[in-house]
Design a protein around this ligand. Structure first.
Ligand code: ADP
Ligand code: MG
Length: 140
């Protein structure tokens, strides 16, 4: 297995619930190291650009609106197999289908308001990390 980096976002619903610490704690317990982190309130332009891959999906406009309802916490996570590990710790996209103990099961309300984001592969991880962080902000 290779050491990877991935982007995590604690979404506005989870920030509002006061579970930034709970979410980050679970990622750290899973062996992922936080090597960059900050709070950002996404503009509509930023949210649209971040989720551009989904622009043809019926939920795109609603997702963009949700992601701009309040601040998010963006982090770079590093570790063995970090991309898949993060997604395992997050759980399935739909919290109702997520495994017990996952962040989405614990904190997600529904398939849109699902508490966290994680990159889905090496290329998107690289793009998403660069979307939020300059190299000088990453302490790996
Ligand atoms: P994931 O975040 O698990 O990688 P996707 O990349 O498919 O899932 O979707 C991106 C985000 O869009 C999801 O995390 C969720 O917030 C939202 N989303 C996905 N599917 C739906 C849906 N059917 N209805 C509303 N929102 C959705
Ligand atoms: Mg995705």
């Amino acid at each position: 297995m290779a050491v990877e980096r991935t982007l995590s976002i604690i979404k506005p619903d989870a920030v509002k619930k006061g579970v930034i610490g709970g979410a980050l704690h679970r990622l750290e317990l899973g062996g992922l190291k936080i090597i960059a982190t900050k709070m950002v309130h996404l503009s509509t332009v930023q949210a649209k650009a971040f989720y551009a891959v989904h622009k043809e999906r019926p939920f795109y406009n609603s997702l963009v609106e949700f992601m701009t309802t309040g601040p998010v916490v963006v982090s770079v996570l590093e570790g063995e197999n970090a991309i898949l590990k993060n997604r395992e710790i997050m759980g399935a996209t739909d919290p109702a289908k997520a495994a017990d103990g996952t962040i989405r099961k614990l904190y997600g309300a529904n398939i849109e308001n699902n508490a966290v984001h994680g990159s889905d592969g090496p290329d998107t991880a690289k793009q998403e990390i660069a979307f939020f962080f300059a190299a000088s902000e990453i302490h790996g």
